[in-house]
Design a binder for this molecule. Structure first.
Ligand SMILES: [Fe+2]
Ligand SMILES: [Fe+2]
Length: 311
């Protein structure tokens, strides 16, 4: 392998790309206001200090699975301070990198705000349980699997922003609440722009240091985990969400991994070293295995649905 570039060199090499991407991002990102999406007049006080009504499951018509998905997505957004810490540590606070860190954080800050307002005003979730979950989740913090490593982190966030987009959009659909769906689509549109930013940056890194970038991508694809793993009951909720088609293996492969790998032309890149080629072969094998797993998952889900369908 050609001598690996160190992180400082990579940051410097990518500086101009970040500046350009930031500029492009600011032109395409539309201003929006969280309060616009919340039906405030539907709200009423809860018990306790305000002497209102205690929350009850029957306050909202949404299904259990929609409630679970909303909670997972909201808690994931809630952990923003940890994400900020992770990217600020890697990208730094200087120049365009720092500008992006703060701009991105500001945009992400809206997501939990708007979702929580919506869910509490419409009584979609138990406010006490939600707050306890938030405390638990945030208290354990979040660390990227490749904390401190620029290329792996860029690869990870490229996939993760897109995964969040898919999850928000599909969660919106299962609520069967048109305004909630609109809010989650609005948030999903932000996530998509974040994905584009990171994806383009990683694309530049692939030109600058292809072997290193490919190795990082392979590692991230093989070990990908959503950032919500610390949420109480996450595994069970993630399974429910997969069965419901909010975020499943098929979507993970076809709507998240495949399009980003295609954009990076990972399988067409030329000039890789022998190690780079080996890593790429490993990726191809992994993706083929994932396709088999996705097919198996779909079969099992079809059987489950057939069994659960009313006769
Ligand atoms: Fe977000
Ligand atoms: Fe995002």
């Amino acid at each position: 392998m050609v001598k690996a570039m160190d992180q400082t060199d990579l940051l410097r090499e990518l500086d101009q790309v970040v500046a350009g991407e930031l500029n492009r991002h600011e032109k395409v990102a539309k201003e929006w206001f969280p309060h616009d999406y919340v039906p405030w007049s539907q709200g009423r006080s809860f018990d306790g200090l305000m002497g209102g009504d205690q929350w009850s499951e029957s306050d909202s018509e949404i299904s259990d699975i929609a409630r679970s998905a909303l909670i997972v997505n909201l808690l994931t957004e809630d952990n923003l301070p940890s994400y900020h810490h992770e990217i600020a540590t890697i990208f730094g606070r200087d120049r365009a990198w720092g500008e992006w860190v703060h701009r991105w954080t500001a945009e992400e800050g809206r997501h939990a705000m708007a979702m929580r307002d919506y869910m509490l005003v419409t009584r979609m979730a138990d406010p006490v349980e939600l707050e306890r979950f938030r405390m638990k989740h945030m208290s354990s913090g979040y660390e990227l699997a490749h904390s401190g490593e620029l290329l792996s982190s860029l690869a990870y966030v490229s996939f993760q922003e897109l995964a969040t987009r898919v999850s928000h959009r599909n969660t919106g659909k299962v609520t069967k609440d048109p305004m909630c769906e609109r809010l989650l689509s609005r948030i999903a549109a932000d996530e998509n722009l974040h994905m584009i930013f990171y994806r383009n940056l990683m694309n530049a890194a692939l030109q600058i240091s292809p072997d290193q970038a490919v190795a990082a991508i392979v590692d991230v694809v093989k070990n990908f985990e959503m950032p919500g793993t610390g949420i109480p009951g996450f595994q069970r909720k993630a399974v429910q969400m997969a069965v419901e088609g909010i975020y499943d293996l098929r979507q993970h492969k076809d709507e998240v991994l495949d399009p980003v790998l295609r954009f990076w032309k990972v399988f067409e890149l030329e000039g890789l070293s022998a190690e780079g080629e080996a890593a790429r072969t490993e990726l191809a094998d992994f993706m083929a295995g994932l396709e088999k797993q996705a097919l198996r998952f779909e079969d099992r889900r079809d059987m489950l649905r057939a069994r659960m369908a009313p006769h």
